[in-house]
Ligand binder design. Structure first.
Ligand SMILES: Cc1cc2nc3c(=O)[nH]c(=O)nc-3n(C[C@H](O)[C@H](O)[C@H](O)COP(=O)(O)OP(=O)(O)OC[C@H]3O[C@@H](n4cnc5c(N)ncnc54)[C@H](O)[C@@H]3O)c2cc1C
Length: 435
């Protein structure tokens, strides 16, 4: 007996790993390198299509707690990320090439994983199958899923540009991490004066955008957490100064003052030859990206290795379709995992793959599904995905708002977050015997 996993992205790799580590054979089907989605470029598995950051690694943050829970559950991706980490203050960021390479190597070397390089157009019904084909699932399979699920939902997600380190003018930039967290050389900060910021802002909001087929380009339905910088800017002149260009916690060593606004650049690779424009996901035309981003003094001669892009992400109406173990309500042998279920984010997608993998094996062995306690971030996400109000189901990332309140209540925010984390880890460790 074996289990099929379709898609060797973040969720698919985690799912295959969990299944294989339980001694069950996996057919991991991936269409790369024969066919690529519009956002994927690398032939390796677990490709990060935009940012190279897995967000905060601090335990008293929802993103940090999610990762800690995944470590407890034996996450392959977190194991690999420790070996290709790049400095990013309090965040966990990786060298994306090395990361994808390492995950691929581990998957290909696993004796229970059989990699099938092929686009899957029809959902296999021979074995238990986990569909983890992501927000950009190929067209033929999307049609099948559409029919199986009675429709698909969608929103737009954008990616930020990557630039060459040698093209950054360090005379107009400084190294620091916000509030001196972690390694203080983590970020390159490109400061702007008030006049520079306002000129930049005026050009940004009026710049030309790429036409999205059949969509109102000024008002596409986008995910709040990954909003294109030009759309965010439309909300008001200072919105970026309270968002991706916030200067708080940064002092320019030249002026000894906090700049008016700052564009931060995060290391892309261990060699420090490439940098990612933090929070600058965009749908501007490529020429406009070059023209406008080079108005930032440190980026006057900026060279892009990848421009920002925006894509339509599709997902299923999970509360109607899925159980909290990620199996279908209508067909118990089909599971979904990853962004296609409406979890939002790299680590959330990967975490859902872990749970789908564990439960696919439980299904194969006719055992009871594993449902993690709602006091854990992963348990709360599974609960949200399978029970949220169906009317306008929207993607959801890890956040403390998903967790049930503490008793007794803890008023201080920092203490509350720490208490959430301690409670979750304790409960998860106690539940490990059911895995
Ligand atoms: C443009 C864009 C930018 C994003 N930026 C971020 C970000 O910065 N941070 C963040 O946390 N999240 C981001 N996301 C959201 C999300 O976290 C990622 O999409 C994440 O990669 C989802 O993981 P996944 O495993 O569900 O899908 P994917 O990682 O996309 O993996 C799906 C895999 O399935 C394969 N596949 C597709 N169809 C088939 C088929 N028919 N047969 C076989 N194989 C198939 C694909 O080739 C791919 O390898 C972004 C998404 C998009 C589209």
């Amino acid at each position: 007996m074996s289990i099929n996993v379709i898609g060797a992205g973040l969720a698919g790799c985690e799912a295959a790993w969990q299944v294989a580590n339980r001694g069950i054979n996996v057919n991991l089907c991936e269409m790369k390198p024969h066919k690529f989605t519009p956002a994927h470029k690398n032939k390796n598995f677990a490709e990060l299509v935009c940012s190279n950051s897995f967000k905060s690694d601090r335990l008293n943050s929802a993103a940090g707690l999610l990762k800690e829970e995944m470590r407890i559950l034996g996450s392959l991706l977190l194991q690999c990320s420790d070996n290709c980490r790049v400095s990013a203050g309090g965040a966990l960021a990786v060298d994306r090439e090395k990361f994808a390479c390492l995950v691929t190597e581990k998957i290909r070397q696993h004796p229970f994983i059989n990699v099938v390089e092929k686009e899957i157009k029809n959902i296999p019904r021979d074995n238990i199958t986990i569909i983890a084909t992501g927000p950009l699932t190929s067209e033929s399979l999307s049609k099948e899923i559409f029919n199986l699920c009675g429709g698909l939902l969608s929103f737009f997600d954008a990616a930020a540009p990557i630039i060459m380190a040698e093209s950054i003018d360090m005379n107009h930039a400084f190294l620091a991490s916000r509030y001196n967290r972690g390694d203080n050389n983590s970020y390159i900060n490109c400061p702007l004066t008030k006049d520079e910021y306002e000129n930049f802002y005026d050009e940004l909001v009026s710049a030309q955008r790429v036409n999205l087929h059949g969509v109102d380009v000024q008002n596409p339905k986008i995910y709040e957490g990954c909003m294109p910088v030009e759309i965010m800017a439309q909300r008001g002149k200072d919105t970026l100064r309270f968002g991706p260009m916030k200067p708080v916690g940064l002092i320019d060593p030249k002026s000894k003052k906090r700049p008016w606004a700052v564009l931060q650049l995060r290391m892309e690779n261990i060699e420090k030859t490439l940098y990612n424009m933090v929070g600058f996901q965009t749908n501007l035309k490529f020429g406009e990206q070059k023209r406008i981003f080079s108005m930032v003094p440190a980026l006057k001669k900026v060279e892009f290795v990848r421009y920002g892009v925006m894509h339509r992400n599709t997902f299923i109406n999970s509360p109607k379709i899925l159980n909290s173990d990620f199996s279908m309500k209508s067909e118990a042998s089909i599971f979904f995992a990853g962004q296609i279920t409406g979890v939002e984010g790299y680590m959330e997608s990967a975490a859902s793959g872990i749970i789908a993998g564990i439960n696919a094996v439980k299904r194969l062995n006719n055992e009871k599904s594993v449902v993690l306690p709602p006091e854990t971030i992963i348990g709360a996400l599974c609960n949200y995905i399978s029970t949220a109000c169906c009317g306008d189901f929207q993607p959801m990332g890890a956040n403390f708002g998903l967790l049930s309140e503490l008793t007794p209540l803890v008023k201080d925010k920092k203490a509350r977050y720490e208490a959430f984390a301690n409670r979750s880890i304790k409960i998860l460790k106690e539940s490990c015997d059911i895995l």
